[in-house]
Write a protein that binds this ligand. Structure first.
Ligand SMILES: *Cc1c(COP(=O)(O)O)cnc(C)c1O
Length: 383
């Protein structure tokens, strides 16, 4: 028999059976009342999950399409923007900014640490003409969350917009889009939203609209003014991924039924279990507890053992997929995603596999120690 698959990578993530079932339906047209009603319904659910009263657009693209929409609609060539980089995904904002002709001030922070908000304040004081600040809620490459609330309060005292990539966080980590003064928030379907890849979600504040209305970007597919026009009738400018919309509606129902506070607690408990297990096994965690991501944990491989060897044993022998390190972290760390449709027993499976893979690699591991640590977290946590 082929191994049963346990997907523990930061997207795509497992999709619940009832979301898969919902997507298995005869096709229907998108210029119809049926689509419009569903679209309206999804947007009101997204407003709850993302805690915003702003306009929301669902784009047929992966998350990066949403990031491109944010950059293309706000940046006019020559604009000064600030990008906050503490890992691989932060770099994407700089790349997008340069593509769209911005003068990019890229501020780099140590990978494995969050953005230093005092430094951001300094930079905004130094450069009063910054038009937008681009940040990442959850830096997936390292497993660190950034303090978007503080960033938002700093930036709201300036004319700059705050644009946030929340792709690997939204739906698993609380984000108060309106209260935190986020002008544009981007997320994707295949991370914590329990969906297959293929949809991006973008929110747009009134301040952001003022910038977008003045911008004359040549961008066509991702033109948000066109999207706004169509959305008056709960339509989309071009053919949307209809089945994915149906699936998103079902996934949002699941989230709201569980209750967002319970969803956020569940993710934190899973994170704590993974971290305690790693500690018990003598492994080093990349992120300190204060800013450890609730959706993904980066762990250093023991010295002398390649993280990718551990990953390949896990995959081949046990059917478990962990993510590897990116760029300078390649073969140094492995990353365990615990986002979206993930529960306690998924973590037990992952840690058990990890113990065996470490043992295979010659690391002196006392089998069961990591599992015990995870079980203790679950037993002391909420039921
Ligand atoms: C996955 C991810 C992206 C890229 O999303 P795609 O759907 O692959 O385009 C961007 N930013 C972060 C933080 C991510 O985790």
């Amino acid at each position: 028999m082929q191994n049963k698959e346990y997907l523990m990578i930061p997207g795509p993530t497992p999709v619940p059976q009832n979301v898969l079932n919902a997507m298995s339906h005869p096709m229907f047209g998108h210029r119809t009342p049926r689509f419009a009603e569903m679209h309206k319904d999804i947007i009101s659910k997204l407003q709850k999950v993302l805690q915003t009263r702003d306009d929301i657009f669902i784009l047929t693209s992966s998350g990066t399409g949403g990031m491109e929409a944010a950059a293309a609609n706000t940046i006019t060539p020559g604009d000064k923007i600030l990008t906050l980089v503490c890992g691989k995904f932060g770099e994407r904002w700089s790349e997008l900014g340069r593509r769209y002709g911005a003068e990019v001030i890229e501020e780099n922070f140590t990978w494995g640490k969050p953005v230093n908000t005092d430094r951001v304040k300094e930079l905004l004081n130094q450069h009063t003409d910054i038009k937008a600040v681009f940040a990442t809620l959850n830096e997936t490459s390292t497993g660190v969350i950034n303090d978007i609330e503080t960033l938002g309060s700093i930036i709201s005292d300036t004319p700059a917009l705050l644009v946030v990539d929340a792709i690997s966080g939204a739906g698993g980590i609380e984000v108060k889009t309106s209260d935190w003064n986020i002008d544009i928030l981007v997320t994707g379907s295949q991370k914590a939203m329990m969906m297959p890849p293929g949809l991006a979600v973008i929110t747009v504040s009134q301040d952001a609209w003022k910038v977008i209305e003045k911008n004359n970007s040549p961008c066509y597919y991702f033109d948000l003014l066109k999207a706004r026009k169509s959305s008056e009738k709960y339509n989309t400018p071009y053919t949307p991924a209809i089945s994915l919309f149906v699936g998103l509606n079902a996934a949002l129902d699941m989230l709201l039924e569980e209750g967002m506070n319970n969803v956020y607690t569940r993710h934190k408990v899973l994170r704590d279990a993974v971290r305690e297990a790693a500690n018990a096994l003598g492994l080093q965690l990349m992120a300190a507890a204060e800013y450890a991501s609730p959706t993904i944990t980066s762990i250093y491989a023991p010295s002398g053992i390649g993280a990718d060897d551990i990953r390949s044993t896990l995959k081949q022998e046990f059917g478990i997929s962990f993510a590897g390190g990116q760029a300078q972290l390649k073969n140094k760390i492995f990353r365990i995603a615990h986002m979206g449709y993930t529960g306690k027993m998924d973590i037990i499976t992952a840690i058990s596999g990890l113990e065996m893979a470490l043992s295979r690699a010659g690391y002196p591991v006392e089998l069961g120690l990591g599992i015990q640590a995870a079980e203790k977290v679950f037993l002391r946590g909420q039921k």
